[in-house]
Design a protein around this ligand. Structure first.
Ligand SMILES: Cc1ncc(COP(=O)(O)O)c(C=O)c1O
Length: 410
């Protein structure tokens, strides 16, 4: 197989080669000012990232995991609380919940979008919770703990259906922290407000990751919290900096969770390209779906509801023969990924919670069937053709793939 036929799952090299001069200018500037942590570059990035999310404030932090943790803590989640999220996510979501001192609990996802199912979210309260009339809070009946927050995850770059989620959350007085770590620039049409809203602007706060492979990625670790609440933003700034608002005067114990200047400067350079990169991803996604449908493959392509403008951090198909398909593509020089092979409620650290296979069937079935195809802004049409040809060839060579029922229903 020649190199030209290889299609990597992700190409982070070409993008950085194109921006090399601009990125090196950032490094030189930081070296000359020795302003390594905090300072004007961080503030400049925070201002412009908040603007791009149509959110009033942004606090840069050291990772997306810290962003979820600090957002939860700053919004008022207390040790011992229960925080709801989905089983179809990266473990960082639930790690951050635990690190905030809370206990994660789960609500299953929608079979077509893989995001929090608003009806099941409502059913969780109707089935398991009761109102504590003294505090006005929802208490989990058997666990005897308050349920105080929900973290909808905008998985793969598509926002969760926020209107009904926010409605249920308001009814039960939940704090809402968007996990927007995979959704920089994603948009949602709010039927309630009759306007498009940006990821990171709809909850009490939102968490972003700038891990290098993200739609907006740093050249190292970085993250951010966005919010329209000035007091919450200030709390995140204090938490990220050892609990101090003024140097060496500590209001509380905090963390070392700051964003450094080189990452902020590089992110600022890249932010100018985010809209174009997201457009490229959306075009590539539309082309994949068209090619896969034309080739009459049995794989299920991603579902983008009319209220969503997804930014395709990942382009995820479903196949009943996922593992064999992945091996076949790998043998043909095509890189793929599985996001994620084990739903979080079945991961080892959460065994003590007591969930078992079958408890969240939609997330579990997705975990068995999802396959992420190569996706990045510079992905060429020829590369996409090769990926789709690879899938079509696999299907011709395998007996008769079983059509997927669950994903196309609902
Ligand atoms: C959904 C989700 N949440 C949280 C995170 C954590 O971000 P980070 O790796 O920057 O800590 C990630 C990163 O992959 C993610 O995909």
């Amino acid at each position: 197989m020649s190199d030209s036929q290889h299609v990597p799952f992700l190409d982070l090299i070409s993008l950085h080669q194109e921006l090399e001069d601009e990125l090196l200018t950032v490094v030189r500037k930081v070296l000359r000012t020795a302003s390594f942590v905090g300072g004007p570059m961080v503030e400049e990035f925070e201002r412009d990232f908040a603007r791009s999310c149509e959110s009033a404030h942004c606090a840069g932090v050291s990772s997306g995991t810290d962003a979820v943790r600090f957002a939860l803590m700053a919004a008022g989640v207390k040790p011992g609380d229960i925080v709801l999220t989905v089983p179809s996510t990266f473990i960082a979501t639930t790690e951050a919940i635990s690190q905030a001192g809370a206990r994660a609990d789960f609500v299953d996802v929608n079979p077509r979008t893989y995001n929090l199912d608003a009806d099941k979210f409502r059913l969780y309260f109707e089935t398991y919770c009761t109102l504590d009339h003294k505090t006005g809070r929802m208490i989990h009946r058997t666990l005897r703990k308050p349920v105080t927050a929900v973290v909808p995850v905008h998985l793969y770059g598509q926002m969760a259906d926020m209107d009904p989620i926010l409605e249920v959350a308001a009814r039960y007085r939940m704090i809402v922290i968007e996990d927007a770590c995979q959704a920089h620039g994603a948009e949602y049409f709010s039927r309630k407000e009759n306007r498009w809203r940006k990821a990171g602007s709809m909850g009490h706060a939102a968490a972003f990751s700038f891990y290098p492979g993200k739609n907006l990625g740093a050249c190292g670790e970085a993250g951010a919290v966005t919010t329209n609440d000035a007091a919450l933003a200030q709390k995140v700034r204090t938490l990220r900096d050892h609990g101090q608002a003024r140097k060496y005067y500590h209001d509380m114990e905090g963390y070392n969770g700051r964003l450094d200047s080189i990452q902020a400067g590089m992110l600022h350079v890249k932010l100018a390209h985010l809209t174009e990169w997201n457009r490229n991803r959306r075009e590539a996604a539309a082309r994949y779906s068209e090619l896969l449908n034309e080739a009459s493959t049995s794989v299920v392509t991603p579902h983008e509801p009319s209220w969503s403008r997804a930014v395709y951090h990942l382009y995820v198909i479903r196949s009943t023969e996922r593992d064999q398909l992945q091996t076949h593509l790998s043998n043909s020089g095509i890189g793929t990924g599985i996001h994620y092979p084990v739903p979080v409620h079945l991961q080892k650290p959460y065994r003590s919670i007591g969930y078992k296979e079958g408890d969240f069937p939609v997330a579990e079935s997705a975990a068995e069937q999802v396959l992420s195809l190569p996706m990045y802004p510079g992905l060429s049409s020829a590369q996409q053709n090769r990926v789709v040809e690879g899938i079509a060839r696999f299907e011709r060579s395998s007996e008769s793939p079983v059509p997927i029922q669950s994903a196309s229903q609902a």
